[in-house]
Design a protein around this ligand. Structure first.
Ligand code: COA
Length: 139
């Protein structure tokens, strides 16, 4: 999936050996995305040492533009909150990755930093995933 031209342009692909190494690390979480029992993509997450944040390191969808990525990201957020017990997700995305930027901003990620990476601008986004109470008991 990473070797697809439309994907490679947007990420820094790993070799199989790099994936195997990452897969063994306790703080790295790989999640598979299935659509009707078929593997459709994957996530790589990293548990930050602060015990409250997750680095959303990568999402790759094999068949793009079919509405798979956005609900998958929302499901991943639920997983981070409910299973991993984290309350913040952050990520970086190349500025030229308009599709990535679009979905992150649409899903509520907010820009908090930007840096240069080999002459390309990397944008840093974050989202608070704490459950918001719908009942105001303060009155
Ligand atoms: C980014 C990615 C995960 C999104 O998954 P997807 O299944 O293709 O996304 P969806 O079909 O749910 O949504 C795509 C959205 O991008 C929009 N879009 C597509 N091309 C776009 C472009 N060039 N500029 C802006 N928006 C664009 C679509 O209109 C759609 O938004 P909408 O629902 O508001 O109309 C997937 O395309 C992918 O794997 N890309 C390559 C790897 C990558 O960039 N990963 C993210 C950085 S780690």
């Amino acid at each position: 999936m990473e070797q697809d031209a439309d994907t490679r342009a947007c990420i820094l692909p790993y070799t199989l050996q790099q994936h195997r190494h990452q897969f063994e690390r306790a703080e790295i979480v790989y999640l598979s995305i299935y659509v009707f029992d078929e593997l459709a993509g994957f996530f790589i997450l990293k548990l930050d040492s602060d015990h409250s944040s997750v680095e959303f390191r990568r999402v790759v969808i094999a068949s793009k533009g079919l509405g798979i990525g956005q609900p998958a990201i929302l499901a991943m957020e639920d997983y981070c909150r409910d299973q991993l017990r984290r309350n913040r997700i952050w990520l970086d995305v190349f500025e030229f990755n308009r599709r990535g930027k679009h979905i992150y901003e649409k899903l509520g990620y907010r820009l908090f930093d930007s840096r240069d990476h080999d002459g390309k601008k990397l944008l840093y986004y974050q989202k608070n995933i704490t459950v918001q109470s719908t009942t105001d008991t303060s009155r």
